[in-house]
Design a protein. Sequence first.
Length: 82
Amino acid sequence: MKYSKVSFKGLVVIPSELRKKYHIKAGTNIYFSEDKGELKLVPITHQLIRKNFGILGTKGRLLKSLAEEKKKERYKFVKKLT
């Protein structure tokens, strides 16, 4: 069992073994949730995003739509600069 103390500012140090195991680096976002009286910390990493890719069942249509929208935004931005 790994443990750490909470600082007076509410900061907690995640042990290095767990940071390595779960690919947590400086700047990694952490999702906090409560479940049956327990506090859970879920790191939002590329691995988590890949694991949940396709969960909405859009078969990539949503991603493709977002990419097209981003492309239009870039075009408008570049056109505005010229």
